[in-house]
Design a protein around this ligand. Structure first.
Ligand SMILES: Cc1cc2nc3c(=O)[nH]c(=O)nc-3n(C[C@H](O)[C@H](O)[C@H](O)COP(=O)(O)OP(=O)(O)OC[C@H]3O[C@@H](n4cnc5c(N)ncnc54)[C@H](O)[C@@H]3O)c2cc1C
Length: 569
């Protein structure tokens, strides 16, 4: 085993990780030795897939305001967001947009040269700043280019697959990592860790997420003793392309696209007459499912019945200018030109609202671990995230955690190397020696199908009980898997097996949390408990790992600005 020592370790190179690295490098004026770790090549983080925009208040003179952005976010969250986090966020975001502008991002602009903004679901003002429909890619590229000015103090571990977070006496000590290219086991020591590993979308079969988003950081943090918060809240985006689930960005509706059932009716008139297609995602997804279930959808492959997203009203020029990627994707994947025909879509698993429990500064209950981006739950999104608030969250809490952790590292000492790292490596070694009869690819497939069936847009006690039972059976079977490739160099068989173990943990926490929460709120809609229940459930779920499965506790929601009211659009 090789040992490398750095000051600050940033695990994950998506928007949150890169923003954190840049802030830490700038704050410490080159003093700190920073490690940036990714299981992929740096620029292949999932964030490059973000399409439609990043929310910020940029037009106060024209009627937008911080209060309005905060209210939209809190109402969108079905009142589960922590209002102090929301307040902080809305004030920080415009500064992030201007910083990226100064660093050179090609934001889409209006004719008068000002940064353009487009409407997004649940926002009462056109608030999404964008770069065509390639917002995430261009944000990533701009952060990366700017970070390269500090390249001397940044140590990259691309294609370094981290298998565990090592904590001793309630302090972070280091990470165990497989250097995939060199085929070596590595221990990376550090004074502090920023966890920025993204969500867990792959626990679902029908999802917008890339194959790599497998909840690794969530599971590793949970195994290291950190609580996971509000994991039962999973967002279903209303417009996943049939049959792959590729995202048709909300910007399609922001630019004027409409939703139609099989009778050609704009069915959102029934469900959200004031906001129509730009109601929050949870509501639009439920509306689509009701249309499909009551026979007003179109029959699709593999039980993926669908409704139509119609962009024809936008006209050719607008589609080519504002949604070029969407057209490219539909042409390439299903041979359909949205200029001429409506797109087949249905709700698709899209975002993990829950995550590692943090305070307002992104600090976790372990003093020298911070978390930022989708892996974290500072509780900005509560029970339902508004579109364009996630890339924004990555920027805000990337900056905050980068600054906080950098300050910490400038005064803290590196923890002692653990006397014995065998325990940390034991699961990897066991897999390399495994010879059981279970196939981990099959377990992953069954897990994802199970979540599609039991943890979808509408949930019931019966389905979730069966779902949890199945997850626990799969966990048992997982103990008897075998990895066929016994080498360490670019062993994707081993990596997939470890990821599946992470996915099982995340799925179990999400399902138990959902089963226990006997109400409907935001993205958690139950057919057996259809109403929101503030008296009993206006609280965050915290899941702690025990040998017998997750132990659930609860903590209060910050309600510093608005008391919960009925959520109507
Ligand atoms: C298709 C799509 C479009 C979207 N569009 C928008 C949008 O327009 N606006 C918006 O606000 N939000 C959007 N979102 C959501 C948003 O893109 C994500 O929430 C956000 O980009 C997540 O960024 P992140 O930095 O937290 O994580 P990620 O970008 O997922 O990065 C995670 C990093 O962690 C690393 N990692 C993970 N596990 C390990 C491990 N075991 N070892 C080493 N490294 C590891 C990965 O390699 C990667 O570098 C979209 C989401 C999807 C799926």
């Amino acid at each position: 085993m090789e040992v490398y020592t750095h000051d600050l370790i940033i695990l994950g190179t998506g928007l949150a990780g890169l923003r954190a690295a840049l802030e830490a490098a700038q704050q410490s004026v080159g003093d700190l030795n920073i490690a940036l770790v990714s299981k992929l090549q740096l620029m292949r983080a999932h964030s490059v897939a973000a399409e439609g925009g990043t929310a910020a208040v940029m037009r106060q003179a024209e009627g937008d305001s911080y209060e309005l952005h905060a209210w939209d976010t809190v109402k969108g969250s079905d009142f589960l967001a922590d209002q102090n986090a929301v307040d902080f966020f809305v004030h920080e975001m415009p500064k992030e947009i201007l910083r990226l502008d100064h660093w050179g991002i090609p934001w889409s602009r209006q004719e008068d040269g000002r940064i353009a903004q487009r409407p997004f679901g649940g926002h009462t003002f056109p608030r999404a700043v964008f770069a065509a429909d390639k917002t995430g890619l261009l944000e990533m590229q701009t952060l990366y280019d700017t970070l390269m000015k500090h390249a001397r103090r940044i140590n990259r571990y691309d294609e370094g697959f981290v298998t565990s977070i090592v904590v001793e006496n309630q302090r972070f000590v280091g990470l165990t990592m497989i250097d995939m290219l060199k085929g070596r086991l590595v221990f990376i020591r550090g004074k502090a860790l920023i966890l920025a590993t993204g969500g867990a979308g792959q626990i679902f079969g029908f999802t917008t997420y890339s194959e790599t988003v497998t909840g690794d950081g969530l599971a590793m943090a949970y195994r290291a003793g950190l609580p996971l918060k509000d994991m039962e809240f999973i967002q279903f985006h209303p417009t996943g392309l049939i049959p792959s689930g590729i995202l048709m960005t909300e910007a399609c509706r922001g630019e004027g696209g409409i939703l139609l059932n099989n009778a050609g009716q704009r069915f959102m008139e029934t469900y959200a007459p004031s906001k129509m297609e730009l109601a929050p995602r949870d509501m639009v997804s439920r509306s689509e499912m009701i249309e499909i279930e009551t026979g007003r959808g179109f029959p699709g492959p593999d039980e993926l019945d669908y409704v139509h997203l119609d962009l024809r009203g936008l006209g050719r020029e607008k589609i080519l200018e504002r949604l070029p990627l969407i057209r490219e994707v539909t042409l390439t994947h299903i041979g359909l030109d949205p200029i001429e025909k409506p797109i087949p879509i249905r709700p698709v698993a899209h975002y993990t609202m829950g995550g590692v429990h943090t305070d307002l500064q992104g600090r976790t209950p372990i003093e020298n671990i911070w978390a930022a981006g989708e892996v974290a739950c500072v509780s900005l999104h509560g029970a339902n995230r508004l579109g364009a608030n996630s890339t924004a969250e990555c920027l805000v809490w990337g900056r905050v955690t980068g600054a906080e952790a950098a300050r910490y590292c400038q005064i803290a000492a590196t923890a002692e190397m653990p006397k014995d790292t065998r325990q940390a490596w034991a699961p990897v070694e066991a897999l390399l020696q495994s010879s059981g009869g279970e196939d981990h690819y099959q377990i992953r497939k069954e897990l994802r199908h199970n979540l599609d069936l039991t943890m979808g847009v509408f949930r019931t006690n019966e389905k979730m009980t069966a779902g949890l039972k199945k997850i626990r059976e799969l966990k048992e079977r997982y103990k008897f898997i075998s990895v066929m490739d016994k080498s360490l160099r670019y062993n994707t068989d081993l990596m997939r097996a470890i990821e599946t173990g992470f996915m099982l943990e995340a799925a179990e926490v999400a399902t138990l949390g959902a089963l226990t929460r006997t109400e409907s709120r935001g993205g958690h809609a139950r057919r057996d408990f259809t109403a929101r229940d503030d008296e009993n459930w206006l609280k965050h779920t915290l899941a702690y790992r025990t040998e017998d499965g997750p132990r659930l506790e609860y903590c209060p929601v910050n309600i510093s600005m608005w008391k919960p009211v009925e959520r109507k659009y």
